[in-house]
Structures are given as structure tokens and as C-alpha cells.
Design a protein around this ligand. Structure first.
Ligand code: NDP
Length: 242
């Protein structure tokens, strides 16, 4: 049976590219979005053109009950996922002394809260069905090194690293790997407001990364070849703060 991978936030940006890369490798894809259903439907068509199956789940990853009900129903109807990519995330940048409550709460609840909300309904069925599958989380160079104006985002992404490492230890004996990809600055909507020229100067490779350069690593971590890699944080950052 074809292996299926669920990718949060796969309507655009890095998540979309991960979906297409994994589809090219022969995985069926469970797409996901919050608002942009039309964009997700376009990705669905692209996945189908590559000869793989795709369906779309739409919900807000901060809504714990919705996550549990939609994911549990999907697993009941279509079977347990082989892989999950926790990709969806947001940034709401501000320097800490004037950071608003909602800027802190929204970023923590979306980026870190979703680790619990999404994986809780997924892991137990994986264990029960003895699926030797794959979990990949998305952190950031900000979670590893910290970044001015991103105390909220850095905290959420550092939290993801801790959660990934701890879960990898719990699941290792079951053959489920849990790894984290930490991108540097990648060309997507998320970075549209940053001062590009200034930021490029501090990146050793003097350019931003592409979503495809992140997707290829996720694809490797999903593969059979990566079966003995777990609990790792792997950067894709053009040498930034390495
Ligand atoms: P984009 O802003 O391009 O896309 C974000 C995706 O997440 C969209 O599909 C969006 O859905 C979804 N999403 C956001 N909030 C929610 C929510 N509450 N519920 C459900 N879905 C949600 O982001 P990127 O592709 O740039 O980033 C992907 C991941 O990579 C993120 O975790 C980000 O933190 C991380 N990252 C990105 C870097 C970069 O430079 N771009 C650098 C380091 C890490 P919708 O379209 O429906 O809103």
C-alpha cells in the first residue's frame, strides 16, 4: 500500500514544496490549510498530476478539539499516516519591551501548541498499528540561535526542538523516528517584510534558501534510508550561525 504523509500548512510556501517533493518520491499526501482552501486545491491538482493521491483537511491548528476530531475521523476513514510533517507556523515579530500579549500567545499557541494538538491524535494510532513511521518538525535558526525581535518565535521554535528530542526518545524502540529541520531564511510569504539586502549580507552563502532546499531534506528524513536517524536537528541555512 502507498505510504501517506500528512503535512500541516501545505497550501503554500515550504509546506507546499514538501508536498510536491514527497509526491514525486511516491508518497500519497494529506494536505492541510487554515484559510487558503483554493491554494490547497491547486496543490492537490499538482500532486495528482504527479500520479499520487491527495486530500485536504482544513482547520486551525490552535483549535485543539478541532484538531483531535478532524484528524481522528480522517484516520478512522483512511487509515493511520506513515508520516507527519509539522510545518504550519507563523511569526509576529516585535521587540520584547513592546510585545503585545497576542503576539506572544498567537505565536506560542500556533507554533508550539500545535505540537500537542496535531501529534496527540496521531501517535497512539501509529503505535497501535505498529507503523514504523516518521515525524518531522520545523524549527528555525531563530530557535537555535535566538533572534532580535523574535523572542516569541525563538521560544516557540526552541520548544519544538525540546519536544522533538523528547518524543524521539519515547518512540525510538517502536521504530518511529522524530527529527527536526531548522531552516535559515527561506523565500516564502513569511519573509516578505524583512530587509532582504541587509539580511543577505550576514548569510555566508549571500542568498536566501528555496522551499525546495528544505523539502529535499524532509524527503530524505521520510525515506527508508533515514531509518536510523532520530532526535536530530538538521539545519538548512546557507551557513547562517552554523
Ligand atoms: P508561510 O507563511 O509561507 O505558510 C504558512 C503555512 O502555515 C500556510 O499554509 C498557512 O495556512 C499555515 N498556517 C499558519 N497558521 C495556521 C493555523 N493557525 N492553522 C492552520 N494552518 C496555519 O510559511 P513558510 O512556508 O515560510 O514556513 C513554514 C514553516 O517553516 C513554519 O513553521 C516556519 O516557522 C518555518 N520556517 C520558515 C522560515 C522562512 O524563512 N520562511 C525560516 C525558518 C523556519 P493558510 O495558507 O491557510 O493561512
Amino acid at each position: 500500500m502507498t505510504k501517506e504523509v500528512f503535512i500541516t500548512g501545505s497550501s503554500r510556501g515550504i509546506g507546499k514544496e514538501i508536498a510536491l517533493y514527497l509526491a514525486k518520491s511516491g508518497f500519497d499526501i494529506v494536505l492541510h490549510c487554515r484559510k487558503n482552501l483554493e491554494q490547497a486545491q491547486d496543490v492537490q491538482k499538482e500532486v495528482e498530476k504527479l500520479g499520487q493521491k491527495a486530500r485536504i483537511l482544513q482547520f486551525d491548528i490552535t483549535d485543539r478539539q478541532k484538531c483531535a476530531s478532524v484528524i481522528s475521523k480522517d484516520i478512522e476513514q483512511n487509515g493511520v499516516y506513515y508520516g507527519t510533517v509539522l510545518n504550519a507556523g507563523i511569526a509576529k515579530d516585535n521587540v520584547f519591551p513592546i510585545m503585545e500579549e497576542n503576539e506572544w500567545d498567537d505565536v506560542i499557541n500556533t507554533n508550539l501548541g500545535s505540537f500537542y494538538n496535531i501529534l496527540k491524535p496521531i501517535i497512539l494510532p501509529m503505535i497501535e498499528k505498529r507503523i514504523k513511521g516518521r515525524i518531522v518538525t520545523l524549527s528555525s535558526v531563530s530557535g537555535l540561535a535566538g533572534n532580535r525581535g523574535q523572542v516569541n518565535y525563538s521560544a516557540s521554535k526552541a520548544g519544538i526542538i525540546g519536544a522533538t528530542k523528547a518524543l524521539s526518545q519515547e518512540l525510538a524502540k517502536r521504530g518511529i523516528t522524530v527529527n527536526c529541520v531548522a531552516p535559515g531564511v527561506i523565500e516564502t510569504d513569511m519573509i516578505k517584510d524583512i530587509p532582504s539586502d541587509e539580511v543577505k549580507k550576514i548569510i555566508p552563502m549571500k542568498r536566501f534558501g528555496t522551499p525546495k532546499e528544505v523539502a529535499s531534506l524532509v524527503n530524505y528524513l521520510m525515506s527508508e534510508d533515514a531509518s536510523y536517524i532520530t532526535g536530530q536537528v538538521i539545519s538548512v541555512n546557507g551557513g547562517l550561525y552554523s
